[in-house]
Design a binder for this molecule. Structure first.
Ligand code: ZN
Ligand code: ZN
Length: 370
C-alpha cells in the first residue's frame, strides 16, 4: 500500500505530491495514520526560504494521528510514549519531530527545550526517498520511533487538541521561563496568530486581571476570537497608532504599565513598542521571533532604568505539551472558541494552498487532513 506526502524540494517552489510505500514498522518504530497536521508559521518561513532548509523533505511538526501498527519490542514491557505512558494500536497521538538528548549542559540544567543537540535529532530533515519515507507531518502517514509519540489524554477531543498543538506548548514554555501569569497580573499580548490567541486563553484562565491583545484584523474574526478566548481589551494595529495603544494600555494598567508582556507577533517592530508598555520590573517574554526579519532600534535605556526582565523562549518539550493538554482539558467551556480557530481543512495534496492561506493571513489555523 502507498500513501501520499507533500514534499518540500526547495524554497520558493511548489511542494511536490509524491507517493511512497508504507512499510511495516521496524522494532521500536510506529506507523501512524494522519488525523490532522497543522500549518505553522515556521513552515511558511521555510517554504519562503526565510529559514534555510535543504530539500527534499516533508514539512510538518504539529500533527496528530492514530497508531496503526507498532514494531516489535525486545523487552517484555508494553511500549511507552515520550511521557512514559503505554501506547497501543488505535491510540490518538501527537508525534514529536525532535527529542532533547538528555545529556548536554542545557538538558542537565532545565533548558532541554534548547538542547544543544536538538537539531541533530530533527526527524523531518531526512529525505523522503530514504525508507521508511514518512518523516514529517505533511503526509497521510508518518513513521517514527514509538518514544516520539505523545498520547492524547482521554477526554480531550481531537480538534481541540489539534488547534493549538504547537502554539499551546510554545506559550507554556515561554511562561515557564518568564515566571508565569500571576493572579492579578495585567498582561498584554502582541500578535493575533495562533500563539497570541492561545496566550489570551492561557493568561485569562491563569488569573490575569487584564488580558489585552494587540493584533491585526487581516482576518476580522481573529480579533473577535481573541475576545472569545479571554482578551478583555483588543487593539487593532490597522486602526490605532502606537501612541493610542500606549495611552489605552497605560490607563488600564494603573498608569504604570503592564506586569507581563507576551510577544507572539514575529514582527521586530513589536519589541520597542513592548518595552514602552511595561511597568518597572515588568517581565517581557519574546516567543514569536522565529525567523530573522532584521533589526530595529531598541530603547535600551528603558531596560536598565526600569530594571526590565526580558526572556527569550524557543521550542518546547513534551512536558510543556503535557501541561498544555492538561490545561485544555480543564477549560471545556472554551472548546468551541478553540475549535473556531481552525478555519481551513485541506487534503495533503493541497498543502500549497494551505500554506498560502496561512501566509496571506486569511487562515487562523489551517490543517491538512487525510
Ligand atoms: Zn509550529
Ligand atoms: Zn541536550
Amino acid at each position: 500500500m502507498n500513501a501520499k506526502a507533500a514534499v518540500f524540494v526547495s524554497a520558493g517552489q511548489p511542494l511536490e505530491v509524491r507517493s511512497y510505500p508504507v512499510l511495516d514498522p521496524e522494532p521500536g518504530m510506529a506507523v501512524v495514520d494522519l488525523v490532522s497536521s497543522g500549518i505553522c508559521g515556521t513552515d511558511v518561513h521555510i517554504w519562503d526560504g526565510a529559514i534555510p532548509f535543504t530539500g527534499p523533505l516533508i514539512l510538518g511538526h504539529e500533527f496528530l494521528g492514530r497508531v496503526r501498527s507498532l514494531g516489535a519490542s525486545d523487552s517484555a514491557q508494553e511500549p511507552t510514549d515520550c511521557m512514559g505512558a503505554p501506547v497501543r494500536v488505535g491510540d490518538l497521538v501527537a508525534v514529536n519531530v525532535i527529542e532533547p538528548c538528555g545529556k548536554c549542559l542545557l538538558c542537565r540544567t532545565g533548558g532541554a527545550a534548547s538542547c544543544l543537540n536538538l537539531f541533530a535529532s530533527l526527524t523531518y530533515t531526512r529525505s523522503p526517498d530514504e525508507p521508511p519515507h514518512f518523516h514529517g507531518g505533511y503526509a497521510e502517514v508518518s513513521v517514527c520511533p514509538i518514544r516520539y509519540l505523545h498520547r492524547i489524554p482521554d477526554g480531550l477531543p481531537e480538534d481541540v487538541a489539534a488547534a493549538f498543538l504547537c502554539a499551546g506548548p510554545t506559550i507554556a514554555r515561554a511562561m515557564e521561563y518568564a515566571g508565569g501569569v500571576q493572579k492579578g497580573d495585567r498582561v498584554v499580548i502582541q500578535g493575533s496568530g495562533p500563539v497570541g490567541l492561545f496566550a489570551a486563553l492561557w493568561a485569562s484562565r491563569h488569573g490575569a486581571e487584564l488580558t489585552a491583545l494587540i493584533g491585526s484584523s487581516s482576518r476580522p474574526e481573529r480579533l473577535s476570537l481573541a475576545r472569545e478566548l479571554g482578551a478583555g481589551l483588543v487593539l487593532d494595529i490597522r486602526s490605532t497608532t502606537m501612541e493610542e495603544r500606549r495611552t489605552e494600555i497605560m490607563e488600564r494598567c494603573g498608569g504604570i504599565g503592564a506586569d507581563l508582556l507576551i510577544e507572539c507577533s514575529g514582527s521586530p517592530d513589536a519589541v520597542p513598542e513592548g518595552i514602552g508598555l511595561l511597568r518597572p520590573r515588568g517581565r517581557y517574554a519574546l516567543a514569536g521571533q522565529y525567523s530573522d526579519r532584521g533589526n530595529v532600534p531598541i530603547p535600551v535605556h528603558q531596560i536598565t532604568f526600569n530594571a526590565l526582565q526580558i526572556f527569550g523562549s524557543a521550542q518546547f518539550t513534551s512536558e510543556d505539551r503535557a501541561r498544555c493538554f492538561d490545561f485544555m482539558r480543564r477549560v471545556p467551556d472554551a472548546w468551541d472558541a478553540v475549535r473556531a480557530a481552525i478555519t481551513h481543512r485541506l487534503p495533503v495534496s493541497r498543502a500549497d494552498d494551505a500554506l498560502q492561506t496561512v501566509r496571506s493571513g486569511h487562515a487562523i489555523k489551517a490543517l491538512l487532513v487525510p
